[in-house]
Design a protein around this ligand. Sequence first.
Ligand code: THU
Length: 134
Amino acid sequence: MAGIDWDALRAAAHDIMRRAYVPYSNYPVGAAALVDDGRIVTGANVENASYGVGLCAECGLVSQLAATGGGRLVAFTCCNGAREVIMPCGRCRQLLNEFKAPGMEIETPHGIQPFERVLPQAFGPADLDHYTDR
Ligand code: THU
């Protein structure tokens, strides 16, 4: 998709990464996405003394998406504490899949790619429509 300001998205990810709460892993993550109405939503990881319930940066991002008016994600990037682009974990790719706009792009360590390339054959909302035995 033309016209995406990837530098602005990266800058937003870098900024929010500094807000991460990561006393256990010491691995901050910042995530930023462009929404189809032009706003940018962000999130940072928030860990917990009960390690398994820690929240990935993408959890915060999709929460902010909903809390600020919803919409669809057009472009996404996330970074680590060294400001390197990282791949979202598998669970977070699923979170992003729920809110992707058609043609959503994701920045990866191997460049900008269509989202479908990083979560092929995704299970999504439409799959629930096909279940009729109830
Ligand atoms: N993390 C994220 O926030 N997003 C990802 O997509 C990958 C992993 C966080 C979880 C944990 O707080 C830290 O990175 C180390 O795994």
